[in-house]
Design a binder for this molecule. Structure first.
Ligand SMILES: [Fe+2]
Length: 206
């Protein structure tokens, strides 16, 4: 079936088209790769999850409207604004492509809104696919644009939000070079230390 006839195919084609305009070079590959990891983690992932995987970072693709990191002092606040804007953009695309299934539209919106933090089994799955994909395809290009310190921070942040299962997968992804292998090793060690600190202070509070 051509993309003209199938609304969901039109959605996929439109997401691809918008993301191909991103100034972030890894964005098109990351979109497809996140879907790949989603289907590896859950081969039966439904249409809402698949669309959310493809479009979760669509905010970054339109330079003049994208949420700017420089406007936020807190990284998590920046990520929350990015997630909301991506969810809103996808809702418009779904509507423009003729999707009238309200349940599907609402679920794509909800999943993308939660794609940085998770909170239930389905959004956690998207978090895992997104984060593993960062280590699989984004990391070398991110490092090219950022300092080692910032890349390390980003790796620790990404690794800590993974499930136990996805941490094993991320740790086993072959590194692109020796520097990134060492950086990844350090990120995993630091993430473990921070997790221990956090569980220690949680135990102290209880
Ligand atoms: Fe992403």
């Amino acid at each position: 079936m051509t993309s003209d006839g199938d609304p969901l195919e039109r959605v996929r084609a439109r997401i691809r088209e918008v993301i191909s305009g991103s100034s972030v070079p890894e964005d098109p590959g990351h979109s497809i790769n996140t879907l790949k990891w989603l289907l590896k983690f859950d081969p039966r992932a439904d249409e809402a999850l698949q669309i959310a995987a493809l479009g979760h970072d669509i905010d970054r693709a339109v330079e003049e409207n994208k949420v700017a990191r420089a406007n936020f002092s807190d990284y998590d606040d920046f990520k929350a604004a990015h997630a909301r804007h991506s969810a809103e953009m996808l809702a418009v695309i779904l509507e423009e492509c003729g999707i009238d299934d309200r349940t599907l539209v609402d679920e794509v919106f909800r999943l993308v809104l939660l794609h940085e933090v998770g909170g239930d089994a389905r959004s956690d799955l998207l978090v895992d696919a997104d984060s593993v994909s960062y280590f699989d395809v984004n990391l070398p290009l991110y490092r090219e644009r950022n300092s080692r310190e910032e890349t390390l921070r980003r790796c620790i942040w990404g690794y800590r939000r993974l499930s136990r299962r996805a941490r094993i997968v991320a740790a086993e992804i072959p590194s692109h070079n020796d520097e990134l292998a060492q950086l990844m090793e350090e990120a995993i060690a630091r993430a473990g230390e921070l997790d221990e600190l956090q569980s220690g202070s949680a135990a102290a509070r209880s």
